[in-house]
Design a protein around this ligand. Structure first.
Ligand code: DX5
Ligand code: ZN
Length: 230
């Protein structure tokens, strides 16, 4: 069965001084989502940006704003990111005990909810959330920095999630909306086939996208089509 692969360039690797051009290059290249890495200096050492970044981008793009909260106490952040105009709000399973309640809170704010797992967290940590979640973000590097190499051992977690989704779809029937499997960290033209074959729907790409000479070609490659590059 052919499924549509979504590409989500991560602005972590963008030049913040040239944001209008960087955002435009995402749209021009044919990517559908903008991935926004929010780091607080607590959950991960670096600090990036807060909800103002989302609020400032929102009026200028119709692309899906995919917020990845790498923050401690994500429950304190979701209102401001929802108000800023995020479409997806993804928090880390490791950062919040009452994940089920936080998913409900995000839905109550009218937003799509995602949960993420770092490389050392098993899929079983989020299994109980799967019936009601919109997205699971599998981190294939340890979070905090762009430009790292994908950890191959994480790929089987994508396949495990795809298997659980298939089982749930059978159990719940056609009324069940399902969830997307997003992959974040070290995704490039070499690793994309591996994560795609494992069952990923969303390819997050930071350094690969912003260093690509032919961004449209890269997006086509990540989606599984011909790159268009010679
Ligand atoms: C890392 C971030 C990623 C990062 C990916 O903690 O969550 O979204 O931007 O960067 P690359 O694609 O360079 O590995
Ligand atoms: Zn991310």
């Amino acid at each position: 069965m052919h499924r549509e692969i979504i590409v989500a360039p991560s602005v972590l690797s963008a030049d913040f001084y040239n944001m209008p051009e960087e955002i435009n290059s995402i749209k021009e290249a044919g990517a559908e989502w903008i991935h926004l890495d929010v780091m607080d200096g607590q959950f991960v050492p670096p600090i990036t940006f807060g909800s103002k970044m989302v609020a400032d981008l929102r009026p200028h793009t119709g692309l899906v704003l995919d917020v990845h909260l790498m923050t401690a106490n994500p429950e304190n952040q979701v209102e401001s990111f929802a108000g800023a105009g995020a479409d997806y709000i993804t928090f880390h399973s490791e950062a919040h005990i009452h994940a089920h309640r936080l998913v409900q809170k995000i839905h109550g704010l009218g937003k799509l909810a995602g949960v993420s797992i770092v490389p050392s967290t098993p899929v079983s940590a989020v299994e109980e959330l799967l019936p009601g979640i919109d997205l699971v973000l599998v981190m294939t590097v340890n979070p905090g920095y762009g430009g790292q190499e994908l950890i191959p051992e994480c790929i089987r977690k994508i396949a495990a999630l795809a298997g659980l989704r298939e089982a749930l779809a059978k159990e719940r029937g056609p009324g069940w909306k399902g969830f997307l499997i997003s992959v974040d960290g070290g995704v490039n033209e070499k690793t994309a086939p591996l994560v795609r074959d494992a069952g990923a729907d969303v390819m997050v790409a930071g350094s690969a996208f912003f260093t690509a000479a032919d961004k449209a070609g890269l997006v086509r490659t990540l989606k599984g089509g011909p790159s268009g590059q010679q």
